[in-house]
Structure formats: C-alpha cells, structure tokens
Design a protein around this ligand. Structure first.
Ligand SMILES: *Cc1c(COP(=O)(O)O)cnc(C)c1O
Length: 427
C-alpha cells in the first residue's frame, strides 16, 4: 500500500497533508513515511520468519547508502535490522542512530586504513573484501590492532542483472568483486593469512532488478563455490546474496519480496539437505532501494512557468543537486500535483534552478499548473538525499518523517553559512 495518497483532491503523507508540511517547513523538503519504512523492512523480516528463519539464521542488513538519515536508521535498527555500509562515515551514522555495530557488514572497493581500524574497533560482523590487495591491507591492519578480521569475499558471479549499465555490478567488466574464476585461490590465500578469519561469501549483482531469476542464478553459482571450498576444508558460516530488488517508479512490477525469499530459501534448504546433512547456513540480504525508495518523496514548489517556443518548462525550487538520479541515470520519477487543478493540462519539463542543461527532474509531463503550486516528486526515498550535493551553493533540503498525523524534522535545511564554514581565505 502507498503511504502517499490522494484524499479529496489533495496529496497526503500518511494522515498529514503535504500542503501543511510545505507551509511549516518550506520547500524543497524530503518527506518520509515511517509506516512505509516499517512495512518495507517487514516484508523481508516476515518472509525470513515464514521460511523458518530466526535472527541467527537470517539477517537483513539495510544498505545505508540508499538513505542514511539517522531517524531512518533508528527506525530500522529498532526492528532488528543490521546494516550494510560502504564507508567509515556510514558506520558512525549507524552507531549514532543506535544501531548495533556487531550487525554491520562493510562493503566497498576502497576501504582505507583508517576505516578498517574504525570498523575493527567496533567489532563489526564482517568485511566484504573486494580485492587481494584489500585482503593484505586488512590482514596488516588487523594484526596491528591485535584482532582477527572476519571476512567474506565479494565474488562476481558474472550474471547479467538486465538493469541499467550504471547500476549493474555483477558482470566481468565491473570494478566490483573478485572474478568468479579467481575466487577459490583468493579464499585459499585468505585462509592462510593469520589475522583474517574467513566467515562468508557475498555478492551483489546490481540494482532495480524486477525479476529474481538473475539473483537465483547468482545464488547457484555461490552455492557451487561454497561446496568447492568445503572440499578444500574452508567452511563458510554465511552467504550474503546482496540487495538489488527494484521498486515501482512508473509501471514496473518488481517481484514481491516474499516470493523471492521463499524461492531463495527453498533452493538453499534443498541444497543443505542434499549436501550438508541439513546443516544450516546463515543468509544475509543487503536491500536498500526496496526498503527506502517508495518511503519518501521530494516536495517542491513551482517558481516560474516558462512557455518557450518548443517546450513548456515548470521551474521548481528543487534541482539536480537535491535529486541526482534523473541527471545521472535519466531516471524516471512520477510527478504529482499536491492539490489537483481542474484547468486543462499542458506538457511540461520539470527543471530546477541549477545552471546545467542536465538539471531536470522530469520530462514531458502532462500537468495543470500555476506558479506557486506544490509538486511531489515520487519514489525519492532511496538515492535521493544521500546523493544530494551543494552545487551552486545550494543548501541541502530539509528532511521530515511523518508518523501518522505527526511530522518530525529529521534534518534541518542547511543554511548557506554552513556551506562555507570550513573554508578560509589566504593572506
Ligand atoms: C548499493 C548496494 C546495495 C543496495 O542495493 P539496492 O539496489 O539499493 O538494494 C547492496 N549491497 C551493496 C554492496 C551495494 O553497493
């Protein structure tokens, strides 16, 4: 169910009219629905439970980079979520939000010494290692810290996720992961390093996947590797299948989370019964978009209408610096007027004030608009605020979280002086 819906011609977030939010907090503002976050997380947690998994045998590690606001992380951590991070900064966020570092897995191709030290000092659950050089560095850093670093290797199963090339990560030519054919030798190397403890295997093949077939194909390849490793005496404790399930931006029909997880667990159960006397293996997920994407919108106000020769433009107060996805991936976001107008619609490009032709949020949309109208850019909860920048010295948008008829400011609007506070003038 959508937590952003129209009642009597006006758009609401849960039980709160978006017009009220704009009046109280201004625009542009990211508006999140707490109930949507809970519902989307629960789709994973409930499917784990109904497939016979408890907290120890399945762990949902929410991908922090999709939406890292502390309130979001706090809501999820109270539901028992773990976290998938890609930087030391994200680890500090998780901790500041009350998350448990022992449920954190650390992904990413470029972990620094400092980030490794930080993560080791908090005893995170696992490092997802993406290269041999990283393995050596981690071994060294762990040795200095007097610790053993728990690791998975992120293997690249070379399956085609059939998604946008910028968000496809499981093919040979991607920078991510260790090539499937090198995985066995890399695991042997890892097992011989004194300050490394091999605990799992990981993959993440891409994002906005609508079908689970590529994920199940990746699972089969991961299973094959786990069995080969077991023959070599390397026994893995967990299997992390990554994130990647897509959402409905327009008319896409992503596989329901429950269906995907049921198929995945069935495959795993069958394999464990056949080859491992039914001995369980912990399963992890790293969902981001499917939890956050439709839990947020970007609320913006029309500043000007411009009727040029070839096109009509609606110039709004949100821009590419607030929501990068259209400029970066030509991503499509729904645009809904916050209050419906009866007048005849025109076709508009929705653009921002930033000095770039790439600064558009939506193209060719049929809308009845007047200056001062409010628009909701839909499905902006994931990779929205986390990708925002200060280009053109624009302060980042405010963020609010709606809980029924209550609205909480979860990040204040940045003010311009904050943007240059760390800068200085030379003599
Ligand atoms: C971005 C990312 C995710 C989350 O992907 P979604 O498509 O948002 O579910 C999970 N794991 C890793 C390693 C990532 O980089």
């Amino acid at each position: 169910m959508s937590h952003f819906s129209c009642k009597n011609g006006a758009l609401y977030a849960e039980n709160t009219p978006l017009t009220d939010i704009a009046r109280r907090f201004g625009t542009p503002t990211y508006v999140y629905s707490k109930a949507a976050f809970v519902e989307n997380y629960s789709a994973y947690a409930d499917a784990c439970k109904s497939n016979g998994r408890d907290e120890n045998s399945a762990l949902v590690c929410y991908s922090v980079k999709s939406n890292s606001n502390l309130a979001v992380l706090n809501v999820l951590s109270r539901l028992g979520s773990g976290f998938d991070i890609v930087s030391g900064g994200e680890l500090l966020r998780v901790i500041a939000a009350g998350g448990d570092p022992r449920k954190v897995i650390f992904s990413g191709v470029g972990k620094s010494h400092e980030e490794m030290r930080l993560a080791l000092s908090h005893d995170i659950l696992c490092f997802n290692v993406e290269s041999i050089s990283e393995l050596h560095r981690l071994n060294e850093v762990a040795g200095e810290a007097g610790k053993q670093a728990p690791i998975s290797l992120r293997v690249n199963p070379n399956v085609d996720a059939k998604t946008h090339p910028y968000i496809s990560t499981g093919l040979k030519e991607n920078k991510f992961g260790i090539a499937y054919d090198d995985a066995l030798t890399t695991y042997r190397l890892a097992a011989d390093l004194p300050n490394i403890r091999v605990v799992g295997i990981d993959c993440h093949i891409g994002s906005q996947l609508l079908d689970d077939a590529p994920l199940l194909e990746a699972l089969d390849k991961v299973i094959e590797l786990i069995d080969r490793l077991a023959e070599d005496g390397i026994h893995l404790h967990h299997l992390d299948i990554g994130g990647g399930i897509g959402i409905t931006y327009d008319k896409e029909k992503p596989v329901p989370i429950g269906d995907y997880l049921t198929r995945l667990f069935a495959r795993i159960d069958q394999w464990r019964k056949q080859k491992h006397d039914g001995a369980p293996i912990q399963v992890m997920f790293e969902p981001g978009r499917s939890i956050a994407g439709n839990a947020g919108i970007l609320l913006t106000e029309v500043q000007y209408l411009k009727h040029a020769e070839a096109k009509n433009f609606a110039i709004v107060d949100a821009a590419m610096n607030d929501l990068m996805r259209p400029a970066m991936y030509e991503a499509w976001h729904g645009v809904q007027p916050v209050v419906q107008r009866a007048e005849e619609a025109k076709t508009y490009d929705i653009v921002g004030p930033v000095c770039e032709s790439g600064d558009w949020l939506a193209r060719q949309r049929s809308l009845a608009l007047q200056q001062g109208d409010l628009l909701a850019i839909m499905s902006a909860g994931a990779y929205g605020m986390t990708m925002a920048s200060n280009y053109n010295t624009r302060g980042r948008a405010a963020e609010v979280m709606v809980d029924g008829d209550r609205v909480h400011v979860v990040r204040q609007r940045e003010n311009p002086a904050d943007l240059f506070a760390l800068e200085s003038i030379i003599d």
